[in-house]
Design a protein around this ligand. Sequence first.
Ligand code: FAD
Length: 466
Amino acid sequence: MPDLEALAAELEGIKLETHPSLVKQKSRDFFWYSPVLKRQLDHVTGDIVATPKSEADVSRVLATCFRHDVAVTVRGAGTGNYGQAMPLAGGLVLNLAEMTAVKSIEPGLVVTEPGAIIADIDRQTRADSGQELRMHPSTHRTASIGGFVAGGSGGIGSVRWGGLRDLGNIVRAKVMTMEAEPRTFDLVGEDIHKVSHAYGTNGVITELAMPLTAAYDWVDVIVGFEALSTASAFADMIANEDGILTKEVAVVAAPAGHDYFLRHQHFIGAQQHVVVMLVAPFALDAVASLVGRARGALLFRSDRVAESERATLPPAYELTWNHTTLRALRVDPTVTYLQVLYPYPDHLAKVAALADRFGDEVITHLEFVRFDGTVTCFGLPLVRFTSEDRLEEIVAIHEAEGCPVFNPHRYTLEEGGMKRTDEVQLDFKRGSDPKGLLNPGKMVAWDDPDFDLSQKKTWLFPGLQR
Ligand code: FAD
């Protein structure tokens, strides 16, 4: 337990919170989507929250915690799903919610502080010059840009631009180290991968330069199909059409669209498999032609409902990605999910085979994305949870079918599967966080270098038992 009084005294002038229930609130994210993480992490809390307003404040907090050997877990908006922002070893939660300045906007580029909410950045870049970020998570209205880069992967816009892992989708990250005298430096090009999707384990991102693209008044479109295979084939075709600009193409199998999209429910039939899209206004007529060709039913167009009704509906992107899971959980708390890649070129055959195999136990949810230069689909299927063993079995069956699972029921970088911790990563962490105080328990290779990940056994952070 850190000496909170001494720490607080040294941090005078920076906003601090020590009330246990408020600290616990700021120590949580959306880990509870996973029944496994809920069991493992529900008790986790930090000891103190610091809310800096500037890079100089961040530097003071890091230097002070370094001196006192206090763990620091960075927090953007706390919308991560794998307990990424949860302080497993207690200590200080570094809440960046007040570092929100958009510093500059130019053609193709925005420079921003890390705590800025993504929708606020888009509002400013649109007003400035009709531009917007290339991609955002479905938590556009709540997540911070720093949290997206350090904990997310992609989302709305990924059908056109790929994911955050793709070079060019993050232009520059300014990073501060956890040392006696914190240093800052800029990472560009391939080096950005050292801190992207690294859960804040090896530096605090204090500034980001992100690429922009032309902004459109995206129109929400929902199309219904009788067969899942037709819905998937239609989505695949639209996502691959060279002349049609979409920002989002998702498939949600019946009955999830009708049963879980409550405010859109009256548009969707109980047996309809839906394709949810964001379409550029100029492409709507072309999309309508393709809907006709595929014999789909055009169920909803946001530009065709009265303004008064539109105001009562969530934007369609909040029906996609992990908002699909959220909407399912609100109706049926026993639902959970997986994250699956269906590799090109037989992605649709794999989707169909797995859908047949699991029936109602696993409801198909596909997100079309560019992946290594081709359009394929990623999935966040909804799983009717019965036991942890069965969940593991479902994961194993997907992998045996050639569909890698990025396991959202694990809190470490390596077991989640989106990040490899290689010598380059470890070396970088040795330099940026020599005492291992940044978000302890999230990097197995650091905490337990001898742990054999190939055994597929779950690693448990010893500090969790404190
Ligand atoms: P947090 O949860 O606060 O942090 C995420 C991680 O980044 C933590 O490890 C934290 O320590 C670290 N971190 C935060 N800021 C910094 C910083 N400045 N420097 C270093 N480390 C930092 N994710 C997607 O990728 N795509 C989606 O479409 C998507 N949809 C979602 C839908 C729902 C309903 C929910 C609940 C989650 C979804 N997510 C999605 C996950 C999450 O919302 C995003 O990854 C989001 O961008 C995280 O931002 P945040 O500000 O909440 O980050």
